[in-house]
Design a protein around this ligand. Structure first.
Ligand code: AMP
Length: 114
């Protein structure tokens, strides 16, 4: 999508601090990190929200989690623990409408989330 900021990172039109990529998934550091490790894992396919995920996307969504698992290992936060979050729509705080898995770690985290 031409007006999607994350599609522009995928196409290289705007820079991203990319930490992982493969044929289906890209991951880059959040511009406004909420933890020492804060990486966004996105599908190359534009999907606006989790409400828009289709049955044929099931494998793709699984690949996002496999990428997150690998990045957590690379960042050495896998053993201590980390959080993965996908915000859906405005009430949950979604501001970029291309689904993204937040991978947050390297600090203690409370529950419930805000
Ligand atoms: P959400 O509020 O769940 O939609 O998360 C959007 C996230 O994207 C926020 O944490 C922003 O800091 C982050 N973000 C927005 N633009 C960029 C960008 N160009 N590069 C990296 N992260 C970004």
């Amino acid at each position: 999508m031409t007006d999607c900021i994350f599609c522009k990172i995928i196409s290289g039109d705007i820079p991203g601090d990319i930490v992982y990529q493969d044929d289906d998934v890209l991951a880059f550091r959040d511009l406004n990190p909420q933890a020492p490790t804060h990486v966004l894992v996105i599908p190359r396919k534009h999907i606006a929200t989790t409400n828009d995920i289709q049955p044929e996307d099931a494998e793709l969504i699984g690949k996002m989690y496999l990428a997150a698992k690998q990045i957590a290992k690379d960042e050495a936060i896998d053993e201590a623990g980390y959080r993965t979050v996908i915000n859906c729509n405005r009430a949950a705080g979604q501001t970029v409408f291309h689904i993204h898995l937040h991978l947050l770690g390297a600090r203690p985290m409370g529950w419930p989330p805000g």
